[in-house]
Design a binder for this molecule. Structure first.
Ligand SMILES: Cc1cc2nc3c(=O)[nH]c(=O)nc-3n(C[C@H](O)[C@H](O)[C@H](O)COP(=O)(O)OP(=O)(O)OC[C@H]3O[C@@H](n4cnc5c(N)ncnc54)[C@H](O)[C@@H]3O)c2cc1C
Ligand SMILES: NC(=O)c1ccc[n+]([C@@H]2O[C@H](COP(=O)([O-])OP(=O)(O)OC[C@H]3O[C@@H](n4cnc5c(N)ncnc54)[C@H](OP(=O)(O)O)[C@@H]3O)[C@@H](O)[C@H]2O)c1
Length: 566
């Protein structure tokens, strides 16, 4: 496919957001959050089909089956990244017998949970929900999982489903160029090697490109300085004077952990965040046994967790009463944790709760009351060789700087250059308008899929739930290509435009658009990060791919598919 002149699309994009009877039916269906079927049941046969690599590090064993008629790419599907998203997709691809290769720049699986090793790193979604629906884990030891436990879970999944032989570690993808005549992606990795695939799926994640602050004088600093996601474990902070810059989700986990052992801790706060109590506790042995023996009970527990998280979205999409309740709870938590009214005042946010990500912590606020901890709210003016100077002229000596300053979340493509139809680079296109269709496909980039692409993050529920919905969607697209015997699928521009018009309308009514500055917003103030509503709605709408939203084609060496109007 691919030529602009092909008369592929004749119909209108139907309004997906109004189908009451389907909505009711699907809402009932999701009540029990059924697992996606992904049994590790096809080990030998599928491995043979599945383009297994010899030892996982040598050159790819060439594929072939499935999606093509004419020229043969090396693989049916090439996946970039082996975090939750990449692993989830690989499990489903393997089950469907597609030949696949996963390219991972790091030395192991795990993504976020391999990279972030800072003290206190943990999840703010309950353990039994922050896991695959088809791979529930009765062994979680806490209500909220720690980084180490999540990483272990993901490593276990990679082993159990036999994924390691499909992964090539230390392989950073740099460029992917679509060949319009053969309908094949040419993917170039760091060392210059090129691999071809019919389909490319980006599972590169969005919270792994550190946003380090630009402060005058930083380059002169003689102490240690590192980002929260690049924690320098070789540097012992014990007895040191430390500055933590930023007070977001990472900082509230780091500060209470390091405060007892450092000599002096300065926490630089630009904006106060709303913080709710974290209902964390160890899961007792008898509870774990119960989960083990009664998987139905474990699934019911997960379902209850899902719906309690989902309730939050009610407030996010414009229910002020619910947000008031949450704000009241956060204020109460602040009063209980911080007796000093002056400090409390500094810690009181001036925006609607939910506008920025709501934080949960029991120990961050009390740790700010320690005698060796100072909350600094004056802006940082400059950094000197051994100190930080604030706008009021105060100089604070420091031995180490920790940047808990977040990630470049809207920089979704870096460092990969995706070049689609007409030789247009996606980063140029996305610089103008960062958008996709259901966050997964982009017009002009056939056979390219994104997991956790634009507008699919959540502020209130498990991202793993969204990942599974998207993996299901991608698998549906691949099936559609197979059923239609085509080698290319490209979302119709008008379908993408209509989807995004509707999304922007919904976004306007959410709490995220209530006026605060957050990492959800780009330089123009547009929210291209979050899904503006219930996650179950997203799940429902992506259960079935509508063929009419897509244009299909075959490569020029194969018989062209007759053009049909729907
Ligand atoms: C500290 C922290 C805490 C979080 N806590 C929560 C939470 O509590 N709840 C929640 O829902 N979400 C949380 N998140 C969001 C979290 O990122 C997602 O939940 C989820 O882990 C994303 O998985 P992923 O596979 O999409 O991306 P990632 O986990 O980021 O994995 C992407 C993988 O792609 C690889 N990669 C990237 N670019 C390339 C390339 N060019 N070539 C080859 N490989 C590449 C990376 O090395 C990485 O292994 C948190 C994020 C952070 C940073
Ligand atoms: N499970 C968890 O609990 C958990 C833990 C860590 C991360 N996460 C995920 O990862 C996301 C990112 O978390 P994060 O804490 O790394 O980043 P973040 O939430 O974006 O917080 C960054 C903090 O740094 C501040 N900051 C940024 N640039 C600054 C500068 N130049 N000078 C001074 N302060 C600056 C920000 O202030 P402003 O608010 O004023 O911008 C903010 O307080 C979270 O929202 C969440 O999705 C989750």
């Amino acid at each position: 496919m691919g030529s602009e002149s092909e008369p592929l699309c004749l119909d209108e994009f139907p309004d997906r957001l109004s189908s009451p009877s389907r909505t009711k039916l699907s809402a009932v269906a999701i009540m029990w959050l059924p697992p996606e079927n992904a049994e590790p049941n096809q080990t030998k046969d599928t491995m043979e089909q599945c383009g297994e690599l010899n030892g996982g590090t040598s050159g790819p064993a060439k594929r072939t089956m499935g999606l093509h008629n004419g020229s043969s790419p090396d693989f049916d599907v090439l996946v970039i990244g082996s975090g939750f998203a990449g692993l989830c997709l690989a499990i489903h691809l393997k089950r469907a017998g597609k030949s696949c290769l996963i390219l991972e720049r790091g030395p192991d699986v795990g993504g976020t949970w391999r990279v972030n090793t800072y003290p206190g790193c943990a999840c703010d979604i309950p353990s039994h929900l922050y896991s695959f629906s088809f791979e529930l884990n009765p062994r979680w030891t806490r209500m909220y999982p720690t980084q180490a436990e999540i990483l272990e879970y993901l490593r276990d999944c990679a082993d159990k489903y036999g994924l390691r032989p499909l992964i090539r570690f230390h392989s950073e993808v740099r460029e992917a160029v679509f060949d319009e005549t053969a309908n094949i992606w040419h993917v170039r990795i760091e060392r210059g090697e090129t691999i071809t695939a019919r389909v490319v799926v980006s599972a590169m994640g969005s919270l792994n490109r550190p946003a380090s602050p630009r402060i005058p004088g930083l380059e002169r600093f003689h102490g240690r300085a590192f980002h929260s996601s690049e924690w320098d474990h070789s540097f012992n902070l014990r007895g040191k004077r430390v500055a933590v810059i930023g007070t977001g989700a990472s900082a509230v986990q780091i500060v209470p952990q390091i405060a007892p052992s450092v000599e002096q801790l300065h926490v630089f706060q630009r904006t106060a965040h709303w913080i709710l109590p974290k209902l964390d506790r160890p899961i007792r042995t008898w509870e774990r046994n119960l989960f083990q023996w009664l998987p139905g009970y474990m699934r019911m527990f997960r379902t209850v967790l899902y719906w309690s998280q989902e309730m939050l979205a009610l407030g996010f999409i414009g229910n002020p009463a619910l947000m008031k309740l949450l704000e009241k709870s956060a204020r109460k938590h602040l009063v209980k944790s911080v007796p000093d009214p002056v400090l409390r005042e500094k810690l009181t946010p001036n925006f609607l709760i939910g506008c920025k990500r709501i934080l949960i912590s029991n120990d961050y606020l009390p740790s700010l009351c320690r005698s060796n901890v100072e909350l600094v709210t004056d802006a940082i003016a400059q950094v000197r060789e051994r100190s930080i100077v604030t706008a009021d002229g105060t100089e604070r000596p420091v031995d180490a700087l920790v940047y808990a300053t977040g990630f470049r979340a809207t920089d979704l493509l870096s460092p990969v250059r995706f070049v689609g139809r007409g030789g247009i680079a996606l980063d140029d296109k996305w610089r103008e308008e960062l958008e996709a269709f259901w966050g997964v496909t982009v017009a002009g980039y056939p056979n390219l899929f994104f997991l956790m692409g634009p507008n699919t993050q959540l502020g209130h529920n498990s991202i793993v739930f969204m990942i599974e919905a998207q993996v299901h969607y991608v698998m549906q697209c691949l099936k559609l290509m197979h059923d239609k015997q085509v080698t290319a699928l490209d979302v119709r521009p008008e379908a993408q435009a209509q989807f995004n018009r509707s999304l922007r309308e919904r976004m306007k009514r959410t709490v995220f658009a209530s006026g605060c500055k957050s990492w959800y917003l780009d330089a123009q103030g547009k929210n291209s990060i979050l899904w503006p509503g219930f996650s179950f709605r997203y799940w429902m709408r992506t259960r079935r791919v509508k063929a009419e939203d897509y244009a299909f084609a075959n490569d020029s060496v194969a018989e062209p598919e007759p053009v049909t109007s729907h």
